[in-house]
Design a binder for this molecule. Structure first.
Ligand code: DAH
Length: 358
């Protein structure tokens, strides 16, 4: 019996020392294999008498079971260890942030344009879009700036090859051409309706809507520094009727600025200026009463009463129709609203800058 205990103990030690499943199987062969200890001991039984055989056989079997138990325990231990090692190796750090699908958003200038459209829309203004490649006529001549007029040098124009005086031949330097484009269409449409006998001949008589439109969009000039970009945005405004005066311009634009900047005590200043398409003309400056820009006058738009020659080019009689126009810079409004001091940041396409506005 003592001998069997030694066999069982040495099997346990051998199994414990096996560091891998393969080593364990080799150790198993030494005890339970075809020529292993237990098998050899079984073979010895044949030499014994019946009674001895019975008791000796039972003892060997017990030893065999003890060895098998130890083997299975060790197998399980090694399998667990292997699983642990694998889990460690393939560890998943659940504290890492997940991979999100990037969330897009509108460009800050687009947010401003949407805001401008919403505010003027609430005041009954239509929103019009027009071509960025313009003809000389719409960009300059129709706006009371004939060829050789010195005011043309106020704009550093990108000219397009191959154009003619009437064909598109430049990148529009401002959105003001939309005054003419929109008004001409408006007048034509209503004259056609009138001549079909459907309404009164008189425009804007209550049956006909006045011209009340804004035209936001891209504009181009040969210019580039911290406050100028060769491509920039403008938003034109035009309100023409039979009795629209400078006081209406003041009211509309003040209301717009206060709503846009969410500041009821914002102050406006109309500073005399010159534009060929308005007479009189004014630059519009604003002044915040609070915040980092408080107290400074900041220019935001050009404006004025539409020049009689421009009214004529719209297809209307200047003796009868009058109105105001303005042109503002949405890029500048965006810079003021968010406190950005370099215009070029908007157009560099740096996602680290742009994503701050989402
Ligand atoms: N078009 C002018 C510019 O780009 C801005 C402007 C001034 C527009 C006066 C207007 C206006 O409609 O009345 O400098």
């Amino acid at each position: 019996m003592h001998e069997l205990n030694i066999v069982v103990d040495s099997a346990k030690v051998a199994f414990e020392q096996a560091a891998t499943p393969a080593e364990l199987e080799n150790a198993k062969a030494l005890f339970l294999g075809k020529s292993g200890c237990i098998t050899e001991l079984m073979k010895g039984l044949s030499a014994l008498g019946v009674d001895q055989k019975k008791s000796r056989g039972a003892a060997i079997n017990q030893a065999k079971q003890a060895i098998e138990l130890a083997l299975n325990e060790r197998r399980q231990k090694l399998a667990d260890a292997q699983m642990q090692a694998q889990l460690q190796a393939e560890a998943l750090d659940v504290t890492l942030p997940g991979r999100k699908r990037g969330q897009g958003g509108l460009h800050p200038v687009s947010l401003t344009l949407e805001r401008i459209e919403a505010i003027f829309g609430s005041m009954g203004f239509d929103v019009a879009q027009g071509p960025e490649i313009e003809s000389d006529w719409f960009n300059f001549t129709a706006l009371n700036t004939p060829e050789d007029h010195p005011a043309r040098s106020m704009h550093d124009t990108f000219y397009v090859e191959g154009g003619s005086v009437t064909a598109p031949n430049l990148l529009r330097t401002h959105t003001s051409p939309m005054q003419i484009r929109y008004a001409v269409q408006h007048v034509k449409r209503h004259r056609a309706t009138a001549s079909a006998g459907q309404v009164d001949e008189v425009l804007f008589s209550g049956v006909m809507p006045e011209i009340r439109v804004i035209a936001p969009g891209r504009t181009y000039r040969v210019d580039s520094d911290a406050t100028h970009s060769p491509m920039f945005h403008q938003c034109e405004g035009l309100w023409v009727g039979e009795n629209i005066s400078f006081k209406d311009l003041k009211f509309v634009f003040t209301d717009f600025c206060r709503t846009f900047f969410e500041s009821d005590d914002l102050v406006l200043r109309f500073r005399p200026s010159f534009f060929p398409f308005t007479e009189p003309s004014a630059e519009i400056d604003i002044q915040f009463q609070r915040g980092p820009l408080a107290g400074r006058w900041l220019e935001v738009a050009g404006s004025g009463q539409v020049h009689p020659n421009v009214i004529r080019n719209m297809g209307l009689e200047p003796e009868k129709y009058i109105g105001f126009a303005f042109g503002m810079g949405p890029d500048r409004l965006t810079m003021l609203r968010y406190g950005v001091n370099d215009l070029r940041l908007f157009f560099d396409g740096d996602i680290r800058f742009l994503s701050q506005f989402i």
